[in-house]
Design a protein around this ligand. Structure first.
Ligand SMILES: Nc1ncnc2c1ncn2[C@@H]1O[C@H](COP(=O)(O)OP(=O)(O)OP(=O)(O)O)[C@@H](O)[C@H]1O
Length: 307
């Protein structure tokens, strides 16, 4: 069942076409990522879905209903957790946002305690949000969406500026929320690792248009290459770098020339690469096959102009 339908959405800011006729769906209980370079239209899309800005044209449906009539079924968290009240505590924030949606009473207090516990925030429940770490603030913001009990949760850059532990915590929380509570989550992000780890589907934008929308699995299959890392015995000189660039193969020069990466389709190619490097007096210390990386898929899809 489609929880969210975006149909032919277009939004201009004066002469900028921020979003240009995009359509995609997100199934109930799934996590979908919106990826794209800076300025590709991700935030504009999220803002249109959450009714913060009015699109020029197109339709947005939540469980089949126009999004303007579904305000109580959409909760959004924008970059930098700007929608929290910094001088209120986590408990007060949750109470306030639930109150806006007409929720209150003893049942609500019980719900708030359960949520604070779930997010490991119980011992911080009376500390003003301003004095919490970035990771904790992000948890409060996500808890805020849950207390409102909406069908759709929109998250703009939920892992921006988080340390490794908080990144992991947020990732686990989102997986829990989607699987256990059956929430539909749309995440706008630059964080490929997050998308690769938790999203089932992805929409990739470039210049306000969709360049790909599919499951992560299928997008990986589309770019089924093997990436090899070649560690060199010494850093490449500028002369060797330019000789390498003249070869009929794309090498990514890493670590100032002490490593190379290349994508191959056929395992036999690796023997040709070894020969090519030997002919250029570039000596190999080690060759490793790398795990497939969603960043490469993304770069392949967004490189160059998209009409
Ligand atoms: N309020 C505004 N007024 C004018 N132009 C805007 C406004 N908001 C966004 N834009 C422009 O619309 C385009 C899309 O912006 P948007 O913020 O949606 O992209 P984004 O993919 O979220 O970018 P980023 O990854 O940098 O946050 C950009 O060219 C941006 O400069």
């Amino acid at each position: 069942m489609e929880a969210l339908q975006v149909i032919n959405l277009t939004k201009h800011y004066e002469n900028v076409r921020a979003v240009d006729g995009i359509s995609f769906n997100v199934k109930k209980g799934k996590i979908c990522g919106i990826l794209g370079p800076n300025g590709s239209g991700k935030t504009t899309t999220i803002k249109c879905i959450s009714n913060l800005i009015i699109p020029d044209s197109g339709k947005i449906r939540v469980l089949g209903e126009d999004n303007k009539k579904s305000l109580n079924n959409i909760a959004a968290v924008f970059e930098g957790t700007r929608n929290l009240y910094w001088r209120l505590t986590p408990r007060e924030n949750l109470r306030y946002f639930a109150g806006i949606r007409g929720l209150g009473g003893r049942e609500l207090e019980k719900e708030i305690n359960i949520l604070l516990d779930r997010f490991n925030l119980t011992d911080k429940k009376d500390v003003v949000v301003n004095n919490l770490s970035r990771g904790m603030q992000q948890k409060v913001a996500i808890a805020m969406t849950l207390i409102c009990d909406t069908e759709i949760i929109l998250l703009d850059e939920p892992t921006l500026g988080l340390d490794v532990q908080s990144h992991l915590d947020i990732k686990n929380i989102l997986i829990d929320v989607s699987y256990e509570l059956d929430k539909t989550i749309l995440i706008s992000t630059h964080d490929m690792k997050l998308v690769q780890d938790i999203c089932e589907d992805v929409v990739i934008l470039s210049n306000g248009k969709i360049v790909a929308k599919d499951s992560i699995e299928k997008l990986f299959d589309m770019f089924k290459t093997m990436t090899y890392e070649i560690v060199l015995t010494e850093c490449l000189s500028e002369e060797k770098k330019s000789s390498l660039m003249k070869l009929n193969r794309a090498f990514y020069i890493i670590n100032n020339g002490s490593k190379l990466e290349t994508d191959i389709l056929n395992e036999k190619d690796i023997y040709r690469i070894v020969d090519d490097l030997k002919n250029l007096d570039i000596f190999i210390k080690e060759i490793k096959q790398k795990e497939q990386n969603f960043e490469r898929v993304f770069l392949s899809l967004t490189a160059g102009e998209v009409d």
